[in-house]
Design a binder for this molecule. Structure first.
Ligand code: MG
Ligand code: MG
Length: 282
């Protein structure tokens, strides 16, 4: 069987800029709507509106058996939550995962937001800390991609970052990393080879070199690493009921450096603490 190269040409990388920006725009539009009283289906509708308005289509709807534009995962749900009638409440931790396909190329990105709750500042602090650690581990993995020789260097950077955070200052527990769910290559299809593990692996993995485009997406919990799939056959929740967070960006490595396709600034702000400056795709 013919296997498509995991390394893309400069022209192919250029084709991935617009779907990345459309994905970013969809999440930017959803972010301010995440507040008490909104349903997860309303968030999904807004993401879909933006994607269609930009002349793209939802690539989540191209996944067999899935009808929505986003996954919305709340509290102990970590990933793959199905949008529906659930009404968000103050203090909820909400992960939104979304992707656009434009002219045959794909973007994929996720954010986590904690709904403000003036009554429960400790709960909010604990959940915001989980989100910060998860987001930071994603940026650590993206920064590692700039200098990595093999894919395994990226997973090691993600796990290393999470371990450096030690225990949660609020919950007193170490963070868990989901093992069964991983990042991936992205291009003509939303999910392509290779897998991108969010932890150290014995195998160094594929060579990291120009042309590689990865969706880097740590899924982190405030407790255990064990999960189960809910009766809806999609939603992945923690077995111990601890909170989950999910952050994701699609990132291209090219001749001049890395560029975060699903960030409007190419990742400049997120990468600055790691001393990495993204380079636009020429
Ligand atoms: Mg995603
Ligand atoms: Mg993904």
């Amino acid at each position: 069987m013919f296997r498509r190269s995991i390394y893309k040409t400069p022209a192919q990388l250029r084709s991935m800029v617009e779907p990345g920006l459309i994905t970013a725009a969809a999440l930017d539009a959803v972010r301010p709507l995440i507040r008490p009283g909104v349903t997860t289906l309303e968030l999904d509708a807004e993401a879909n509106r933006v994607i269609l308005e930009r002349g793209a289509e939802s690539n989540f709807q191209l996944v067999r058996g899935y009808r929505h534009t986003t996954c919305v995962s709340v509290n102990e749900e970590v990933v793959h939550g199905i949008p529906g009638e659930r009404v968000l409440e103050a203090g909820d931790i909400v992960s939104i995962d979304c992707g656009a396909q434009y002219q045959g190329w794909n973007g994929d990105s996720a954010i986590t937001v904690v709904v403000p709750d003036a009554e429960r500042p400790e709960l909010v602090a604990r959940r915001e800390e989980l989100s910060r650690v998860t987001e930071g581990s994603m940026w650590a993995g993206i920064a590692a991609m700039a200098t990595a020789r093999h894919l395994g260097d990226i997973g090691a950077a993600i796990q290393g970052y999470i371990e450096e955070q030690g225990v949660s200052s609020v919950s007193g527990r170490t963070y868990g990393i989901l093992r069964e769910y991983v990042g991936h290559g992205i291009g003509r299809k939303m999910h392509e080879a290779p897998s991108v593990f969010n932890y150290r692996t014995p195998d160094p993995g594929a060579e990291v070199k120009p042309g590689l485009v990865l969706a880097i997406e740590p899924m982190v919990t405030a407790g255990g690493e064990e999960t189960f799939v809910e009766d809806d056959d999609w939603t992945v929740s923690t077995t111990d009921g601890s909170d989950g967070s999910h952050w994701e960006h699609s990132v291209a490595l090219h001749a001049d450096g890395i560029w975060v396709l699903t960030a409007s600034d190419g990742g400049a702000a997120g990468l600055a603490p790691f001393g990495v400056t993204p380079a636009p795709i020429a």
